[in-house]
Write a protein that binds this ligand. Sequence first.
Ligand code: AMP
Length: 511
Amino acid sequence: MSEPKQKQFRAIRGTRDILPPDSSLWNWFERTAREVFESFNFREIRTPLFEEPELFGRSVGTDTDIVLKEMYPVEGRPPQEIQDYRRFIAAHGARIKNGSFVLKHLVHDVEQVLPELLIAQRIGDISDTDNMRLLQVIGEDAKRLRVHLRDEFLLSSEEILNLAQRIVYAAEDLRLGEQMTLRPEGTASVVRAYIEHGMHNLPGNQKLYYVGPMFRRERPQKGRYRQFYQIGAEVLGPSDAPAIDAEVIEMLLALFHRVGLTRTTLYVNSIGCKDCRPKYVELLREELRKIKDRLGADSQRRIETNPLRVLDSKLPDEQEIIATLPRISDHLCEACRAHFAKLKDELNLRGLAYEENWRLVRGLDYYTRTTFEVTAEGLGSQNAVCGGGRYDGLVELLGGPPTKGIGFAIGTDRAILSIQESGNLPKLPGLDVFVAWMGVKSYPTAGVELPPEEMKFKKSLGLADKLGARYALILGEDEVASGTYTLKRLADAKQEKYSESELFAHLKNGG
Ligand code: AMP
């Protein structure tokens, strides 16, 4: 009889495992980013992986692919007793219908469970998006009914039924599961935290970086995943000096230089501010309407919803037409024009090569003025390894005080992929010493990588070789007794005897 076939589990589409030795490369990349960023006086911020959906709607923008199509909603399951509380009230709906409704029972039940629901809402077990209003309705209506019952009997039976019905509907409408979404990007969370913790009260600019996974439900392909990783940095504070933009870009390129990601191109652009951009967007929309028929469906829709995004189009057929459209660089206000000119001076001052790309508008709503992107070779069509820009005004949009901001996010998956494709891999430390031990008395003195069971030296040394160890430390009972050890360099089979202290000194000096 054949065994029943077991289900084979696989990573969910768009997600993947990062295994050794790649994980060493990832750790090295993230470690290097931390070192470089900290040397520029940036400090790490860790924010939750999920947030309120509205945070992204308001910041990233409601007419973006991210918010419209790519977010991963997470619905919290309310504790059972909270579901029961709601059922308790809602059950009166059926009684109203079949005529078995008793007012005093409804009021009693509401008075029992309402305090519990209010607590649940306060401690976040149920969200406060609409629930606040609904709980108020329930509370106020129940109070009127209680007054009626207690002494006055003022309400007509029709009024009573209306109030009771309204309580039942409000209870049914309560959204008991917490509404959350996996974060599709990092900036909105950083800004939320900046406001929540009053970081604008701290002196100077806040220079923050984050490292971690992001989630977008995009069509998976090479270099595009549904769980992907970013390393991002943000500067938040009172100043929008172009030198800050340049410093942020310099830091980014310093990292890319350190990790050997050199076949890259930096593109910069300015997309204006709330004073000059709307006029340009209107002009662009007018021009686009004239040539609407020559555009694809996506671009046609964007003429009305978000015309700037037409400039993002990669459709071959649209390129020639887009090239004829008015360019924002000709429509910047004086302040934006000066800001952009100064940014370019600052980049030149730092010896950073860049190309201007007037079509670089970036997909998210919150950008103002400076936008930039870095592309790398070896990645095919998904070749952007980093995107960033200025977002003055985002803090205010999310309810904070007037604050300037700029930041970027590196796509770690793609950065690693590009380094791998270039073949320019760092030499990462592997296994240094394999301890070939024999004799039970030697075992307690051994450490590092060693066979878990006694093994003949010949076999042991063969294994050390296969594992790619640099050295094998030969540890027999004689060695333990005499305190001298034989160290064999596996590359050339040279071996020498050392005392314990000599041995450590020798290995510490890199062998
Ligand atoms: P964005 O802010 O959307 O431009 O993202 C910044 C960077 O994150 C991009 O330049 C990519 O390198 C990376 N990235 C964005 N989405 C994905 C994805 N689905 N898979 C892998 N990397 C991504």
